[in-house]
Design a protein around this ligand. Structure first.
Ligand code: GMT
Length: 376
């Protein structure tokens, strides 16, 4: 298969779309493609001292007149510059806003070399931001102008088609995990640093935005710890972190809930925990939930979201209606008190996720799709 020159743009922060874009870029570079990250900072989890990987920083220029520095313009200009300088075959942008619009503009700017554009939709770019009246038209236009569109789940593809009344095909390519890294039984981070031998260890990872329903996470844990001895690890940072800390204090759980902030190697923690909580209002896929499953950790999450494509209800976790913290706590306790076989759920969590979301298979899918788009 021909080796390609690919520009990748993503949010470089610790969110799901940035992580997927970064892990994909690393895997593509390992396969011999030349990968150029174009972003406002070095992506979280990216080690650029590896063959075939490049990073091009986009600067935002400020001026007294600008209330908001026009990042989309400098991004588009950088995308055009790198496309021409390296003769990129394609620009693969993650998260539609504003990346798909910047890619469209970049293509108008190129003179001698015009790359194809692939937009990967991740979730809130469609479900929250893209459907805001002020973003709707530009998001729809930019998606339609892309040569290829992918979505991380069937759920998101359907939502996008309905919401934006699109006639274009959306290729569903799920998120993935490196099964060598995300697997049960890593010993590098010791469980006993976080919990006593008789205590269960619960975990939540997110960007602590309102859509994650952090207060539900705490409410569920509170119910759990009132029945079985337990501790909880909260990984990530975001607008609701302070709210969460206050609630933990108010409920007298300070000794039981530990906030670890953003962590680059979540697999080292995950392989030590018993249960993962993901009660989100909306979840197009749930990458953190997949990473937990891959480490052998059953997931308690929200039904009616994209999590249904990741978690098998009653097999490797339980999915309950959004906001039903009582049902979620009950499901968690059924596993923690032995009503359901926790070790069986753990084994199936790793087995099924490794089979369905192995990076080898998913990166093959991306590569094939790239060629399909390039061949028109
Ligand atoms: O909103 C977020 O949680 C972050 C967001 C992102 O783009 O960084 O996550 C979305 O993309 C992830 C990677 O594809 C998905 O696993 C998450 O489910 C999705 N988040 C939501 O839909 C809320």
């Amino acid at each position: 298969m021909k080796k390609l020159k690919i520009g990748i743009t993503c949010y470089p922060v610790a969110g799901g779309s940035g992580i997927v874009a970064t892990e994909l870029g690393i895997k593509l570079a390992e396969r011999g493609h030349q990968v150029h990250f174009i972003a406002y900072a070095l992506p979280f989890r990216l080690d650029v001292y590896k063959p075939n990987l490049y990073f091009h920083e986009v600067e935002t220029v400020s001026y007294q007149l600008f209330k908001y520095p026009p990042y989309t313009l400098t991004l588009a200009a950088k995308m055009a510059e790198i496309s021409e300088a390296y003769e990129l075959d394609l620009l693969h942008v993650h998260y539609a806003i504003p990346h798909a619009s910047a890619a469209f503009l970049a293509r108008q700017l190129t003179n001698n070399h015009s790359p194809k554009i692939i937009t990967t939709l991740h979730g809130t770019d469609i479900t929250l931001v893209g459907t805001d009246k002020s973003y709707y038209d530009i998001t729809r236009f930019s998606i339609r102008m892309s040569d290829g569109i992918t979505a991380v789940s069937d759920y998101l593809a359907k939502e996008t088609i309905e919401e934006f009344k699109l006639e274009k095909h959306i290729e569903v390519i799920p998120n993935f995990i490196d099964v060598e890294r995300f697997k049960p039984g890593s010993t590098s981070c010791c469980r006993k640093n976080f919990a006593e031998t008789d205590e269960k260890l619960i975990c939540h990872i997110s960007n602590f935005r309102p859509v994650k329903r952090i207060m539900d996470v705490i409410e569920i844990f509170n119910r759990i710890q009132s029945v079985v001895p337990a501790k909880m690890l909260m990984i990530g940072e975001g607008p609701d972190t302070m709210l969460a800390r206050r609630a933990v204090k108010k409920l007298g759980l300070v000794d039981k809930v530990r906030f670890l902030g953003n962590q680059a190697k979540v697999e080292e923690v995950l392989s030590n925990v018993d249960l993962f909580l993901c009660p989100s209002e909306e979840e197009s896929f749930g990458l953190a939930a997949l990473e937990a499953l891959a480490c052998g950790v059953p997931v308690i999450g929200s039904s009616g979201t994209g999590l249904v494509e990741v978690v098998e209800h009653g097999v490797n976790g339980f999915l309950c209606p959004v906001a039903d913290t009582g049902a979620m706590a009950k499901a968690a306790l059924s596993l923690l008190t032995g009503l359901c076989d926790l070790s069986l759920f753990k084994a199936r969590a790793a087995e099924i996720s490794h089979q369905k979301f192995n990076s080898k298979v998913v990166v093959d899918h991306y590569e094939n799709y790239y060629h399909q788009v390039l061949e028109g």
